[in-house]
Write a new protein. Sequence first.
Length: 612
Amino acid sequence: MAKLNKFETPLLRVSRPVSACQRCRSAKVKCDGKLPACTACEKAGRDAECSSANDGVAKGKERNYVASLETRVEKLEKQISQAKARKAAASNLLDVVSAQTFLSPEIPLQAGNTRAQRKEASNIDDLVSDFGFLSVNATARDFHGFTKEMSYARLVLSTSSLEEMPRLTNNVLPQRHAIAPLIEHYLGNVHVLYPFLTETKIYGSIDAVYQGYADPMDHWTTRLVLAIAYSSLSRRRGDTQYQDAVRHAGSALGHIEAVIHPGSVVGIQAMVLLVLYSMLDPHHFNSWYLIGLASRAMVDIGLHQDPPPELQLKESELDLRRRIYLCVYVLDRSISMVYRRGFSFTDDSANMTPPKLREGSTTTNQLFFYGLESAVQLGRLRRIQSHAYQTLFQSGRPALEDTWSFMATSLQDMHGWWAEMPDQIDKSMKRLLHCDVLFSSILILSPSGLDGKLNEYGKFLIFDYAFEYAETMSSISQDQEKVAFYTSHDLLRTSFVAERFLSLLLQDSNLIFSGIVPNLPRDSDPWSAPPGIYSCGVGEKVNRASRCLNLLERILEWLGPRFGLSSPLNEFKVNSRLVRQLLEAVYPNWDGSLNVSLDYAFPRAPMFGPTN
């Protein structure tokens, strides 16, 4: 088993047993403190006599767990109090020395104080870690109704699981050479967006598994990387690739107890892998709950902040922290916006430097060559989206005096980011990011508080952005050979765009097909206006609307079976029937003005689609 370095070692450690049972104490043998009876008593057939099974024995030496926790808490509180007192004294001394240094520059500041402060900070971190362990375990043990200890991993699994994974007997790994294309697919499509694991770690885990010296995290990584690759290549739920993905994911869950635990960087990496798989398998896991748990675990150990220089972490450790934070941040923002729910943490609470663009040097003999430009660019986009989403949608926000001005600025920032996309990013990746920008643009123009109050220019923007989204996504659905990392969330994005487009046509047909060219509001740059606003006549707009409906239906027909979700397509067909009748009535009778009454008793389309 590979030795963990100090960065990968979990902060929360399993404490030793509170005390030995009476029998082990009397026999002066080692007691492992196992509940409800220790191993020594079980082997001797004395389960009932073990003090853990009977609080009445060894009077005066009971092993009551709550009492032992209280004793431990008192001890830790005393140590913290002493540490704070020492810190205050050291701070006062530092002030005195600083004052002396200011008055007498020839007196140097002793380096020993810095070392003492680092040691003190480390001790406080250890105490906080112990408190975290006690809080987790104190809520999971010694309660009536529990037949066994409730672990953090079981809590994660029970919270996020929607359906139980099928139990498959054939969990044999393919031949090593057979998985090479799958690993390349993962690295080229998933890793370049979410590089929370290094390529060295991925290949190292795979080699460890195939050579027989793997630890649980190696098995977890190998199985879920294969599951994500298979599921990403699947075209219909239930096909061979999907079955292989479920088989490997189910095998990975056998190691969940050993890899997912609080206070561990490795545990966060393990959860992010599960988040990525859940985005491809929405029937078994809820990605929103999983990313929420991963985000809170990340914040708990401070990965959302640049570490102080006193810790003196290696450059590789710093870069890995930054990459993990970037991936959790990107996924938390993306998933929350797809489901229109709150973020797990605010932008103001985080302060982390972006990671390097490349894992190593760029020499010709470098083995690992996937750059991180796509991941860094995606992080930039998510920060723009996050600011707009928090301001427009989060509860408790202050009212905006000029909502349109803020919308226009956000749209300008996003489309400016897209215009500056580096050339080295793969073409298929650019299309994925372009669809993300168009979806976010429509979302920003659709806050629920402004239903029916959006200006005419904003409504035309929604019309053209929806058409551009449908054109881009339809080209993706036709290119089966080179497809980036599309997930079930893209189905939800398309469903939202479709429902927003239908709502616009039903509510504002008189405006859209009137031939009016909307004026550019103030605080809006002319370049932000899609060409269709000014170049299309009424007939062309009708054609665009009809084509957009057909393309959206084709996209839903492609994505729905892939993830086994038929309701978005069925709802779209029902809701679009009225719009198609409307379009058929408009164009044949158009002679410069609308002589067909559009004031039908159409039901008002919802602003947002289903989030489940």
